[in-house]
Structures are given as structure tokens and as C-alpha cells.
Ligand binder design. Structure first.
Ligand code: 2AM
Length: 473
């Protein structure tokens, strides 16, 4: 029997996706550059379903039913191009190459275009949920042609996570749309993690709670509107004790956060598109700051306020509100970026559907995402999530606590770039007037860059060096 799908690249993600397909009753062709990995998979997990182990590229391609569905799970970058170059000549028009790696959407657009000329569908696909998700149900974000999704969609929906019976997989849009959305998903994940980290730091530095006590606070939060995978694992990590020292685990881990690049891409892309994503950017920069051991060492002795815990038991509730409000901001910024990318590249992404497929399988899975889906269902053309009834009310209810938390952080010297920038974004968007008017005035003064007026159309320039009369520009 021919295989419905083939997976090449059998490191842990590829292996787990292959097993997931097989467990759902699909015959899966297997291929890996190093054939020992293929053999090992079949030896260890062969009883989970129908696998066809192959050694050469030709054997692999021959094992697939037509049109062929060939999934590549190699490290994003040159390896992806190498594998495409190896297999594309063996394929026929109508066949599909699915790239489930973390490719940059611009690479995906390039590859899709090149393969389209050969009649091959290239489906750049975001896959979120790590190893565990790949095996038991990830969130899947495929781009590529709508035609390819007709053939591929049912398989992807089979292996995806399900929430209330709805699969966490849908066709995102043409060419690079899937990888773009996966990229922004990761950017939002960075922001969400940073806000949680700041909440922990505040509960410790401003309220004087111990990690085990903070774990309890997060457990309580996880029964409410903040219920999510990230809050759940935060409680687990904070409650963990280091076996070697008997100290809280979080106190023995080096405080330098690393990154693989999708958060940085989210911010770089936002800059290119002109979309303000301060919350995501601050999260990327916070990791960067943490890693600059040399700067931190040099600055370590600089003066700050006495960092004494002064806050009482009501503080945790205020932090919960600040966290929820800041989280709304981070998601609003991420969705703005997806909307802008969709408009720029003509993808017509259904924003509400993105929130739906993130409800399960992926790292940012959360109860909260239903609210985003509802918001876009009610008004698909909404300029910003912030004005949705639910979110506007939550932001309004949270704002006193949010301001109090940011003020407390500033007073005590607890760094909260995420909370602070989220609040500044909120205040900027809702402001009557912004000091951007002054900025334009300065630009006109030193560079004759002109300005527009509030009271009539046109572009104007003031003769700053002369008699300061105004001229039509
Ligand atoms: P390997 O087992 O032969 O190293 C993750 O690195 C996966 O991508 C592995 O399955 C690895 O195969 C595969 N891979 C990495 N670079 C590759 C390349 N240039 N060509 C083919 N497979 C590659």
C-alpha cells in the first residue's frame, strides 16, 4: 500500500509527527539522511501504525500515493533548501512539499514561488507545541495554495490538537502566511512569558513572597480568566526544589534567557511593516539584557531605591489585573501585525480563526483565546482588539491596579518593561492629543519636513530661519 504522507528528517519533531500520523491510521513513509534513525523509529514504534521505511530519495518518493505529500522536518535554513533540491526533481505537478520547520516567511515565499513554477505545491507550515505537541496534537498553521489544503487539510486536522471537537489546524493563507502567523505566535509567546516573569518578580520583590508561595498564586490564577498552559507551567517551575541544594529551583538557574530567533523576526518584521509591537519588542530586549553579563556586571553597583517589600496581601490581585491587561495589549499588537502582514501580502487571513487554532496544542494555548475569536467574529474589520466590548471593559476595570503596579515597580526599582510599555501603548492609543505634534514641529524646524494642520488640508512649512510666517509646502 502506498503511503498517504511521507516524513523526511526524523529528529524528534519529525519522528513524533510521523508517529502521530501513523497513530491516526495513515500509512507513513519514512526517510532520513542517516538511515539508522529510520530503522530506529520502526524498531521502537513500528507497532503504533503502518510505516514504510525507505533509504533512498527515490524509494521514498515511490512509496507515496499521488498526489504526493512529502513533509520535511529538518533544521530551518540551508538544510531546507538542500532537501528541497534533492526531492523536487523527483516530483510531479500536483505533488506537495510541506515544510514543518520554523522557516522565515520570506524564505517560504521564495521557495513557494520557485516550486510553483514546477507545478509543485510548497506548503510552509507552522507547527507549535514542541515534541509533546507533535506526538499528541500540535497547533498547525499551513500556508500555501488553497488547493493543497483540500488534499492535505484532512490529514493535518486528524493529527492536530482538538478543543471542543474543533481541530487546531486551518488553512492560514497563500505562500508564507502560515510561517508568518507561526512567527507572530512565537512573538506573542515571548511577550506572554515576559509578563509572567515580571509578575513573579513583583510578587517576590514588592510583596516579599517566596517562590513556593508565588506558585500558589499562579495556581489560583490558573482557575480564572488567565487559565493557560504558560501559567500552569509557571506554577510547576516555581514550586520545584533543586535536588542538589534544596533551594528553590528558580534560584539556582542562571538568570540569562536565550532565544532562537522567531521573537526577533517578529519585531524586525513589525518594524518593516510599521506596526508598533512594543510589548513583544520589550520581551525580546528583556532576554537580550539578561544575557549581557558584562553590562550587568559593570552596572551592578549603580544606586537604586531600597528594594524593600512593602506590599500587602491585596497586591497579588492588582498584579493579576495588570497581567491580564498587559496580556490583552500584547495580543492586540500581535494581531495587528498579522492583519498588516495579511494586507501587505494579500493573504486574507481570518484573524478569529488564528485565535481558534491556538486554543490547543501550542505554547500560548489559553482560555482567553476564545475571547479573541468572539471579538473578530463580531467585527472582522476591527482596527484593534482593545475596543472589543469584553477587552475594553477588562482594560477599564484593570487600569487603576495596572497603574498602581507600574508605579510600585518604578518606586521599588523592579524592572517591568512589559507592564510599563503595555500601559504606555494603551495610554497612547486612547490619548486625545499626542506630543507627536511637537515632534513634527521639530522636524519642520531642522529639516523643513513640513507638517499637516488640524484645521485645514495640505502640507505646511514655517519659515523658522526667517520671519516665521507659514507657507504652503
Ligand atoms: P541526520 O539525522 O542525517 O542528521 C534535524 O537535524 C534533522 O534534519 C535530522 O533528521 C537531520 O538528518 C536532518 N538534516 C539536517 N541537515 C540536513 C541536510 N542538509 N540534508 C538532509 N537532512 C538534513
Amino acid at each position: 500500500d502506498k503511503a498517504q504522507i511521507g516524513v523526511t528528517g526524523l529528529a524528534v519533531m519529525g519522528r513524533n509527527l510521523a508517529r502521530n500520523f501513523a497513530r491516526h491510521g495513515h500509512t507513513v513513509a519514512l526517510h532520513n539522511r542517516t538511515t539508522a534513525k529510520t530503522k530506529a523509529l520502526v524498531e521502537e514504534f513500528g507497532d503504533e501504525g503502518a510505516f514504510v521505511a525507505t533509504e533512498t530519495a527515490a524509494e521514498f518518493v515511490a512509496a507515496l500515493e499521488r498526489p504526493r505529500r512529502l513533509m520535511i522536518m529538518v533544521k530551518a535554513g540551508p538544510a531546507t533548501d538542500a532537501v528541497i533540491a534533492e526531492f523536487a526533481p523527483l516530483l510531479e505537478p500536483g505533488d506537495m512539499i510541506i515544510d514543518g520547520g520554523n522557516a522565515h516567511f520570506a524564505d517560504t515565499r521564495r521557495r513557494e514561488k520557485a516550486l510553483r513554477e514546477q507545478g509543485i505545491h510548497f506548503v510552509g507550515t507552522g507547527v507549535s507545541g514542541g515534541e509533546e505537541g507533535a506526538l499528541n496534537g500540535p497547533s498547525i498553521m499551513p500556508g500555501g495554495s488553497a488547493e493543497s489544503y483540500e488534499s492535505l487539510g484532512p490529514l493535518l486536522e486528524d493529527i492536530a490538537a482538538k478543543v471542543d471537537g474543533v481541530p487546531c489546524a486551518t488553512h492560514v493563507g497563500p505562500d508564507g502566511a502560515g510561517h508568518f502567523v507561526k512567527m507572530v505566535h512565537n512573538g506573542i509567546e515571548y511577550a506572554d512569558m515576559q509578563l509572567i516573569a515580571e509578575s513573579y518578580d513583583l510578587l517576590r520583590g514588592a510583596a516579599g513572597l517566596e517562590p513556593a508561595e508565588i506558585a500558589e498564586v499562579f495556581r489560583t490564577w490558573n482557575t480564572g480568566r488567565l487559565e493557560s498552559y504558560l501559567i500552569e507551567i509557571t506554577a510547576e517551575v516555581l514550586a520545584h526544589t533543586d535536588a542538589a541544594t534544596g533551594r528553590p529551583f528558580v534560584d539556582v538557574v542562571l538568570d540569562q534567557a536565550e532565544q532562537k530567533g522567531t521573537g526577533r523576526w517578529t519585531v524586525q518584521t513589525a518594524l518593516d511593516l510599521g506596526v508598533p509591537v512594543g510589548g513583544i519588542a520589550e520581551a525580546v530586549f528583556a532576554r537580550s539584557v539578561s544575557g549581557h553579563a558584562d553590562l550587568r556586571k559593570a552596572a551592578h553597583g549603580l544606586p537604586g531605591p531600597a528594594r524593600r517589600a512593602t506590599e500587602g496581601s491585596g497586591f497579588a490581585d492588582q498584579v493579576e489585573r495588570a497581567l491580564y491587561a498587559s496580556k490583552i495589549i500584547a495580543y492586540a499588537q500581535g494581531f495587528h501585525e498579522i492583519a498588516a502582514g495579511s494586507a501587505e501580502y494579500g493573504w486574507d487571513v481570518d484573524l478569529g480563526a488564528m485565535a481558534t487554532i491556538w486554543r490547543g496544542g501550542c505554547i500560548i494555548r489559553a482560555r482567553f483565546l476564545n475571547r479573541i475569536t468572539d471579538a473578530y467574529r463580531a467585527d472582522p474589520a476591527m482596527a484593534t482588539l482593545l475596543t472589543d466590548d469584553h477587552f475594553a471593559q477588562a482594560l477599564g476595570d484593570a487600569q487603576d491596579a495596572w497603574r498602581e503596579v507600574v508605579a510600585t515597580a518604578a518606586r521599588l526599582g523592579v524592572p517591568t518593561p512589559g507592564f510599563s510599555s503595555a500601559l504606555a501603548y494603551y495610554d497612547s492609543l486612547r490619548a486625545d492629543r499626542l506630543p507627536a505634534a511637537l515632534t513634527q514641529g521639530q522636524r519642520d524646524f531642522f529639516g523643513a519636513h513640513t507638517y499637516r494642520r488640524t484645521d485645514r488640508d495640505g502640507a505646511f512649512h514655517t519659515l523658522w530661519a526667517g520671519d516665521r510666517t507659514e507657507a504652503d509646502a
